[in-house]
Design a protein. Structure first.
Length: 370
């Protein structure tokens, strides 16, 4: 099969969940003998590889405007793909649904990854949230296959739109610490810090984590990985925090360093409260982190009993963080359960096989005129 992956920033993955999915899925499909092409944003890749892990890479520009960057790059990618002999296109991000007519007009078979409920995210202004609601309503009317990586998101589409989506989970690796010395440049030591990895956006509750931590009686450090490419009042509020035990590490892209940060944390705080299956949460579980997660249905679907859950309240989060410091025996059990969850439910090889099967069905139906 010839498959094109559209709508991400590109590979090698350095930026987020869609990019990781494109890389992990694409290289596995390529290894199984399929032709895979990935569209990349040219400005993000000064060193432009022609091929990576068996995938062919195509670089196209994007408008450097927050509201138009994704759409402009996807539009160019779909125009490029329209003239190619792909059997199917996998398009990431529901925001791209208004552009899919380009591929459909060219007779392409399209699979659209819906992700989470972007219209609920506080990072978007009112106009942005209205756009996402409109794009969602449009997507359910299109003759494309919709994918949900969360059973709860799948239920949402059925309940809200009467539209069936295909459920294919996300994936994550199981990680073990290999080089704890990689923590030294960050000023951290194994077991000596709480960790949160997230974009600095209101729905990720990084500010709540900071507030909870600063009231905690401990000599441990709070390490924050992430940030935002945009200056917002929320980001400025976080950056204004000046405390010797709160470390802002910025974005960390080195995979070995990320592995050590995760596997050596005393606990991982997951504040994300919007959307479906969160890749960061899966990554933390696969690393055997003790996860303290925001109590929402999406996080409970993923982590189940392998995590602690907190309300949107600094005092409650602080109590859960304190709990992790006092029960070392219980923590061993929970960390083992976290890795088991990933092994059994979020294996990338199984995810790739599910996509391969779906593409085969979509292509077969297209050839039959379905």
């Amino acid at each position: 099969m010839k498959i094109a992956l559209v709508g991400t920033r590109g590979v090698p993955a350095r930026y987020g969940g869609f990019e990781t999915c494109a890389e992990e899925l694409g290289r596995r499909l390529a290894a199984r003998g399929h032709e895979v092409r990935v569209y990349c944003r040219s400005s993000l890749y000064p060193k432009r590889l022609a091929n990576y892990e068996g995938m062919t890479l195509v670089y196209l520009p994007a408008l450097k405007v927050r509201a138009l960057e994704t759409l402009s790059h996807t539009a160019l990618s779909l125009l490029h793909a329209a003239a190619r002999g792909d059997d199917a296109l996998l398009v990431f991000n529901l925001a791209n649904s208004p552009l899919l007519w380009v591929a459909r007009l060219a007779g392409k078979r399209v699979v659209l990854h819906t992700d989470g409920l972007e219209w609920m995210r506080g990072k978007w202004p009112a106009a942005g949230r209205r756009y996402y609601r409109w794009a969602e309503r449009l997507a359910v009317k299109l003759r494309v296959v919709l994918i949900s990586d969360s059973a709860e998101i799948q239920k949402y589409f059925e309940r809200s739109h009467g539209r069936r989506t295909e459920y294919i989970s996300y994936g994550a690796p199981v990680l073990e610490s290999a080089s704890p010395a990689l923590l030294e440049p960050f000023g951290l030591r194994p077991g000596g810090y709480f960790l949160q990895m997230a974009r600095f956006e209101p729905e990720n509750n990084v500010d709540l984590t900071v507030e909870a931590f600063l009231g905690l009686e401990t000599d441990k450090i709070l390490a924050l990985v992430g940030g935002s490419p945009y200056r917002t009042p929320y980001v400025e509020k976080l950056r204004a925090v000046q405390h010797p035990r709160v470390k802002f590490l910025g974005f960390v892209y080195d995979r070995d360093a990320l592995r050590e940060l995760l596997t050596n944390s005393c606990a991982y705080v997951h504040g994300n409260e919007v959307g479906g299956t969160n890749p960061g949460l899966l990554q933390a579980l696969g690393a055997g982190c003790l996860v303290v997660a925001r109590d929402v249905v999406y996080n409970r679907e993923v982590a189940g009993p392998a995590a602690l859950y907190f309300r949107k309240d600094a005092a409650d989060l602080r109590a859960k963080m304190a709990w992790t410091l006092d029960r070392p025996a219980r923590l061993v059990e929970m960390k083992a359960a976290a890795r088991k969850t990933v092994r059994e439910r979020y294996d990338w090889d199984a995810v790739a096989l599910a996509y391969e099967s779906l593409f085969a069905r979509v292509i077969s139906a297209g050839r039959a005129g379905g």
